[in-house]
Design a protein. Structure first.
Length: 63
């Protein structure tokens, strides 16, 4: 899974609120913003599939 990086300009008060919310839910601010965007899209009827995480560890023999 690759993620697209881009600059996001936020009002400092909004950023501080996101950081507080993220800390209370044990997430990074980036993960919190992504979750909030997914929730907002879902409320508008736009479902975004969650990407599968990359496989971890060594590949099995024969793969």
């Amino acid at each position: 899974m690759t993620k697209k990086a881009f600059a996001l300009r936020l009002d400092p008060a909004v950023h501080a609120a996101v950081e507080r919310l993220a800390a209370s839910e044990l997430r990074s601010a980036n993960a919190q913003i992504e979750m909030l965007l997914r929730e907002a899209l879902a409320r508008r009827g736009i479902e975004v599939p969650v990407a599968k995480p990359p496989k971890r560890g060594r590949p099995k023999k024969g793969e």
